[in-house]
Design a protein around this ligand. Structure first.
Ligand SMILES: Nc1ncnc2c1ncn2[C@@H]1O[C@H](COP(=O)(O)OP(=O)(O)OP(=O)(O)O)[C@@H](O)[C@H]1O
Ligand SMILES: [Mg+2]
Length: 323
């Protein structure tokens, strides 16, 4: 399989008067062509910051401290901003939880959908408009020819998300990053949008990073699952393997808590306490203060590496160092 994205030792930190938050703290991650990687973990573990780092849109005071992000053979972190702008939208597209934050209220859908096509693909306004209408039809916006002239507020939340998906995919990007694309929607609409994304992924074979709170959704859509905790990837495996043979105590707690864990402030039942807060320094494994399986004198003193428990399965936990 050809690798389309490779992230090496990426660190993105937020600094404030309260101290430093290592939101992404030495992440290595790869994505193959046509693969869907599901990214999961508690609120605040760094999923969004990781995806914003890939497209170099980390908001101030966040900063990419170090690392490499290869898209094909090009290290995105070395590109000039102008070159990066070409990559965004054209090669790597993002859809967010709330489509209203990405749709501009003062422009019609046509203006917003055709602009990137005209700028990035250098095609005429008329052709861009045709592509946009076709894409809207494909994502299930009825009366697309007419509705393309309307403004974002004239659409429902589900329809707006369909428009975002249409906009992202109309450029035929190499990589799609979908950050909680259905969380803000009603449950029945969520299912429709997920089905749409999954169908389109199959049709276009788009390499996708899919972020979700919902492990059930990830199990359905992802080929590989990556579990994050406090800026670390703690476990990574192919989907069947991860759900069939979860190893990290954190992954197990997440799975034990399905389906009731998530909801922004709900706690993991089997994991007391909270993730590290801003400025909090934890020696050893970041999970050890909460971990039911911690080994005294080891987990609180030393930082675990990744241990392989299968050909494509790695775990950042001392319990697996001799396996
Ligand atoms: N704009 C910001 N200003 C300051 N700190 C931030 C900002 N955005 C993120 N952070 C820090 O980075 C950490 C990771 O945030 P991130 O948004 O990536 O979490 P997440 O995993 O996407 O959570 P959620 O599931 O709630 O979307 C946060 O805990 C916070 O400390
Ligand atoms: Mg997020």
């Amino acid at each position: 399989m050809t690798q389309i994205l490779e992230i090496k030792n990426l660190k993105t930190y937020f600094s404030s008067d309260d101290g430093v938050m290592p939101s992404v703290d030495g992440v290595d991650l790869s994505l193959n062509e046509g693969e869907v990687v599901g990214l999961a973990g508690e609120s605040g573990c760094g999923k969004t910051v990781l995806s914003l780092s890939i497209v170099r849109l980390v908001p101030h005071p966040g900063e990419i401290i170090s690392g490499e992000i290869y898209f094909k053979d090009c290290n995105l972190l070395e590109l000039k901003e102008k070159e990066m702008q070409k990559i965004r939208g054209n090669d790597i597209a993002m859809i967010f939880q709330d489509p209203l934050t990405s749709l501009n209220p003062v422009f019609t859908i046509e203006e917003q959908m055709t602009r990137p096509l005209i700028v990035h693909k250098k095609i005429s306004r008329n052709s861009a408009s045709e592509i946009a209408v076709d894409m809207l039809k494909k994502v299930g916006v009825t009366g697309a020819e007419k509705r393309i002239h309307e403004y974002p507020h004239q659409f429902s939340g589900g329809q707006r998300q369909r428009i975002m998906i249409a906009t992202a995919l109309s450029l035929n990007p190499g990589i799609l990053i979908a950050d909680e694309p259905t969380t803000a929607l009603d449950v029945s609409i969520q299912a429709q949008i997920l089905k749409l994304l999954s169908d389109l992924q199959h049709e276009y074979n788009t390499s996708t990073i899919f972020i979700s709170h919902d492990l059930g959704v990830i199990a359905n859509i992802a080929h590989k699952v990556v579990i994050m905790y406090s800026g670390w990837i703690v476990e990574e495996a192919d989907t069947g393997e991860l759900f069939g043979n979860p190893c990290h105590p954190y992954t197990k707690a997440l799975l034990d808590a399905v389906p009731t864990i998530y909801g922004e402030n709900k706690k993991l039942r089997n994991l007391p306490g909270n993730p590290p807060s801003v400025g909090e320094k934890i020696t050893g494994c970041k999970l050890h203060p909460r971990c039911p399986q911690k080994v005294k004198g080891l987990c609180d003193k030393s930082i675990p590496e990744y241990y392989k428990v299968g050909s494509r399965h790695r775990v950042r936990c001392f319990l697996f160092q001799d396996k």
